[in-house]
Structures are given as C-alpha cells and as structure tokens.
Design a protein around this ligand. Structure first.
Ligand SMILES: Cc1cc2nc3c(=O)[nH]c(=O)nc-3n(C[C@H](O)[C@H](O)[C@H](O)COP(=O)(O)OP(=O)(O)OC[C@H]3O[C@@H](n4cnc5c(N)ncnc54)[C@H](O)[C@@H]3O)c2cc1C
Length: 296
C-alpha cells in the first residue's frame, strides 16, 4: 500500500534528533528499523507529519557487558543482539526471546529499542524485559535523561510511558541472580508468526526448592503481564512440581485473553496454563544444570 505523505529527516546526532522531535509537538515519530512503523503507516494506523530516522546517529548501537549484566543500545538490531555471545551468556532468556521474533530478515532491521517502544501486546521482548527487571534510558531535549523500569514502561496496546519528545537510548539488563534458570516458551501457528501465547520465566533454585520465580505472558491481553511468586500466592515449601502446577492454574484463572482469528479465549487460557508450567519446569531444570549461573 502507498504510504501517506510525511516529511523525512535523518539527523547525524541525537541532539539534533531530539530537537526535531520536540519541535514536532507530538506530530513527529522516530524511525528505527521501520519493521512496525512502516506497516502502520501503510495501514493508516499512524499518521505522523515527520519521520526522524535515527539510523545515522552514532552511539545508539552496540552491546556492552555491565557488571554481569548488559547495556544494549536502543538501535541495536535484534539480529546483532541475538548473535552477540555476550547476550547469550549474560541473558539466555533475552537470547531465546530474540530468536522467536519473526524471521532473520525482520530481525536484521528491527531494533531492540524499537520493539520495546512499539509495545505490541504479542511481542516477545516486553515479556523478557519484565522478567529480567530491565530498565530503559530515555532522553529528551528539555528534561535530559531518566530511567524507566520495564514494569512501569508498558501501559497498554502500543502505548508506553514515553513522552512524545523522548527517545529511548539504551536498555539495561541487570546481572541475573545466582542459581537462576530461565526459559521462553511460546506457541504460534507457524514459525516466525507472532505468538498466540508466549511465556518468559525465571526461577531461582536452591537444591530441590524454588526460592523465587517471575514470569511474564505475552499475547494474553492489552500488554505483557508480569507475575511473581508472591503475587500468585505460591508456597515456597511446596514441591517444585506442585508449585508449577499451581502457578499454571492461577495464571490461567487470572487472565482474560482476547479472542481473535487465531485463537479463542479458552484456547489462549489453556496455552497460558500449559506454557507457564512448561517454562517454569524448564527454567528450574536449567538452573540445576548451570549450577550457579543463569540457565539457558
Ligand atoms: C513480518 C513481520 C513479523 C514480525 N514478527 C514479530 C514477532 O514475532 N515478534 C515481535 O515481537 N515482533 C515482530 N515483528 C516486529 C519487529 O520486532 C519490529 O522490529 C519491532 O516491533 C519494531 O522495531 P523497529 O526497530 O522496526 O521499530 P520501528 O518500526 O522503526 O518503530 C516502532 C515504534 O517505536 C518507536 N521507536 C522506535 N525506536 C525508538 C526509540 N529508540 N525511542 C523512542 N521510540 C522509538 C517508533 O517511533 C514507532 O512508534 C515483526 C515484524 C514484521 C514486519
């Protein structure tokens, strides 16, 4: 489909980009990989008067180790992040989530920051960011820099806590807890499709007990949903098997997933329960194998 008319600028510096964005007064949009924004323009779901292409701005790309965790530039493509051995080593959950996104051609253009800012309720990265306790760094011309925890970032479908004049510059993933294992599990109609339901899980293990767990589901509502052990009122003294079954039942009971062409509410709820159990069990097993480092 033909795109609607818009002005296009490709600044060489972040400052220039922020100036353009501020002057746009809510009518300008940042362009990163264009894998979501361009289709939205074609479908007339977005009508910005100005696109500010950030791909020439230096310093917004790349992966760095950060005290056992990671700092990932917002413009780092999903494929570059996925292929970086530091991502695989420091955050196996992020690595697994990246692999589930579309196809390599999509991931070679789509960016880590773009996926988070797009906030698609069925996307993988928001769920992974919630479980990992990631933080986003946002910059604006007038107010400088601020840090937004992932749990405060996703407000609704395609809606985030970003102000119209802010750009996400970096995503920080903290070092994993010791004895942690992780797993991303999802079901989609075909490989590369958006998931009908996806589950990101992290389990902290002490021998045969579960010390802590976090999980986030995608494809089940207006945004990814984070659940913790305490929120699900699970008992740490329970055997892992009982605890994981209870987690699956409680997650299923608390969700009201949408019905669409791909799946009914009942089927998505069933997937939520089954995938929750499966992801937690796998994460628990990986914690043992890894013996003190993040599972994967
Ligand atoms: C065929 C196809 C299949 C796909 N399958 C999947 C899938 O299975 N799972 C999945 O999660 N995604 C999927 N995607 C989407 C893909 O991951 C996109 O790359 C991602 O959602 C957006 O990243 P982008 O860099 O392309 O952002 P863009 O499309 O350039 O931008 C998306 C939005 O984020 C804003 N934005 C981008 N970067 C920033 C920034 N740094 N600061 C502030 N705002 C910013 C833009 O203004 C825009 O509103 C698919 C896309 C296609 C075309």
């Amino acid at each position: 489909m033909k795109l609607p008319p818009f002005a296009y600028r490709a600044p060489e510096s972040l400052e220039e980009g922020l100036e353009l964005l501020a002057a746009g007064d809510g009518e300008a949009r940042v362009l990163a990989g264009g894998q979501s924004l361009i289709p939205m323009l074609a479908l007339r779901l977005a009508r910005p008067s100005l696109l500010i292409d950030l791909r020439r701005v230096r310093g917004l790309e790349g992966v760095q180790e950060d005290g056992g965790g990671l700092r990932i530039g917002a413009l780092t493509t999903e494929l570059v992040a996925e292929r970086d051995p530091r991502v695989r080593a420091a955050s196996p959950l992020l690595f697994e989530a990246l692999e589930f996104i579309g196809h390599p051609a999509i991931r070679s253009r789509g960016t880590v920051g773009g996926s988070l800012c797009h906030a698609d309720p069925a996307a993988e990265l928001p769920a992974a960011a919630l479980v990992l306790g990631a933080e986003l760094t946002a910059r604006s011309l007038g107010r400088g820099e601020r840090t937004i925890p992932a749990r405060d970032f996703f407000l609704g479908p395609f809606t985030t806590a970003l102000e119209f004049d802010e750009v996400v510059t970096e995503v920080r993933v903290p070092a994993p807890s010791s004895s942690q294992g992780t797993c991303f599990a999802e079901v989609s109609r075909r490989p590369g499709d958006f998931a009908m339901v996806g589950v990101a899980a992290a389990v902290v293990r002490d021998e045969d007990r579960v010390l802590d767990l976090r999980l986030a589901l995608t494809g089940v509502g207006d945004r990814s949903r984070l659940f913790t052990l305490d929120e699900l009122e699970l008992d740490r003294q329970d055997s892992p098997e009982n605890l994981f079954s209870a987690a699956g039942r409680r997650v299923g009971a608390r969700l009201r997933p949408p019905e669409d062409l791909h799946a009914s509410t009942a089927y998505r709820r069933h997937l939520s329960r089954v995938l929750t159990e499966r992801a937690l069990r796998t994460a628990f097993g990986r914690a043992a194998v890894q013996g003190g480092t993040a599972g994967g």
